[in-house]
Design a protein around this ligand. Structure first.
Ligand SMILES: [Ca+2]
Ligand SMILES: [Ca+2]
Length: 186
């Protein structure tokens, strides 16, 4: 069973990813995020880097359908919560879908938001991620500092993985990774 805190965080992430706010996750939501990135960075969608950003959104969504074992091309909040409930509750050490989801999400976030390709997320890149996902900015800096464990003003892939582990697995309201996607306790 997910704790109340876990439920709130995972429900919040669903709302963040549901870009067009129609209550289901569909390919459109992920394509929209990619298109917002292209627009914000003035990247031509027909260029190689433009195409890559669009293809990644497709791939990430298809993998999400596979993970949640969805026969349809959309994911409801109920499917989403059920997937995480099952994965987080499974205690076996063998590779859980959640672990690969965390790795993939890290890769996805870096591929979209590590704009200078130095394998680190800077404060500007992190703020850009929040703006693309329409997350209110008030706690952006605080969230960044919590994720940046070694205080070098950059988020490494390891720091992101550790943060995402907190986000999904921790029931501690103060876990550093809780606020990767903004305030969830409303
Ligand atoms: Ca970077
Ligand atoms: Ca760091």
């Amino acid at each position: 069973m997910l704790s109340e805190i876990q439920q709130k965080k995972i429900n919040h992430l669903f709302n963040v990813l549901d870009a067009n706010k129609n209550g289901t996750l569909q390919l459109d939501d992920f394509v929209q995020v990619s298109e917002d990135i292209l627009e914000q960075l003035s990247i031509d969608r027909h260029s190689r880097s433009g195409q890559l950003i669009l293809i990644r959104a497709n791939r990430f969504f298809v993998q999400l359908l596979i993970d949640t074992q969805q026969p349809e091309l959309s994911i409801s909040l109920w499917d989403w919560m059920k997937f995480f409930d099952k994965e987080i509750s499974s205690t076996s050490g063998e590779s859980r879908a959640l672990d690969s989801y965390i790795f993939r999400t890290t890769f996805h976030l870096f591929s979209l938001f590590d704009l200078n390709n130095d394998n680190q997320i800077s404060t500007e890149e992190y703020a850009n991620m929040w703006s693309i996902y329409n997350i209110p900015k008030e706690s952006c800096e605080e969230s960044f500092n919590l994720l940046d464990k070694n205080s070098d003003s950059l988020i490494s892939a390891d720091e992101m993985i550790s943060g995402l582990n907190d986000f999904f697995n921790s029931s501690d309201p103060k876990a550093p990774g809780n606020f990767i996607f903004g305030e969830w306790n409303y």
